[in-house]
Design a protein around this ligand. Structure first.
Ligand SMILES: Nc1ncnc2c1ncn2[C@@H]1O[C@H](COP(=O)(O)OP(=O)(O)OP(=O)(O)O)[C@@H](O)[C@H]1O
Ligand SMILES: [Mg+2]
Length: 150
């Protein structure tokens, strides 16, 4: 049976670059209730920021679209974020996740997924070309691992 979150939010916003910092702050504000370290909060901000930037730049390259950020907290201090778009989707997810690969060639570093993976405990991607993409980021807040009620 799937674990129920202890707390959850959903935020829907337009794929404007101004909303990248909005999403990042919303994610860290939500995670703050787990009393993370400054470093853990920074990791969350960075990872969410990379995922949201990808929606802005790659999912909707020619205009505006909808981005949804969902945050969930689970018992024991696991925090999970989902970043969803209904944009162009990813043809080859394994290739897209390779460090230094960018669908935009030399225009970008191709390090977004590598950054997400290094700052999170788990990253998974689901995508359908022409339908959209969902990136799931999970991070265990360490101080909450043993004891406590999460
Ligand atoms: N939400 C998305 N929708 C469509 N394509 C995506 C999405 N996210 C990532 N991609 C594809 O995956 C590739 C790799 O993403 P990644 O974030 O690792 O690198 P990048 O965005 O190209 O460069 P960087 O993040 O370093 O600026 C992108 O170039 C793009 O082709
Ligand atoms: Mg990127």
């Amino acid at each position: 049976m799937r674990k129920q979150p202890l707390n959850r939010f959903t935020l829907t916003f337009e794929s404007r670059s101004a909303n990248e910092s909005f999403a990042r702050l919303a994610a860290s504000g939500f995670a703050a209730q787990l009393d993370p370290t400054v470093e853990e909060l920074c990791d969350i901000k960075t990872a969410v920021s990379e995922a949201v930037t990808n929606c802005i730049v790659h999912a909707y390259p020619d205009g505006l679209g909808e981005i949804r950020l969902i945050g969930e907290i689970f018992a024991g201090g696991l925090v999970r974020f989902r970043v969803k778009d209904k944009g162009r989707g990813i043809e080859d997810i394994a290739l897209a996740m390779q460090p230094l690969y960018s669908g935009l060639g030399g225009e970008r570093a191709g390090l977004g997924f590598a950054v997400m993976e290094s700052f999170c405990d788990r990253v998974s991607v689901r995508s359908k070309p022409g339908r959209g993409t969902c990136v799931t980021l999970e991070k265990q807040i360490q101080g909450k691992l043993v004891g406590g009620d999460g």
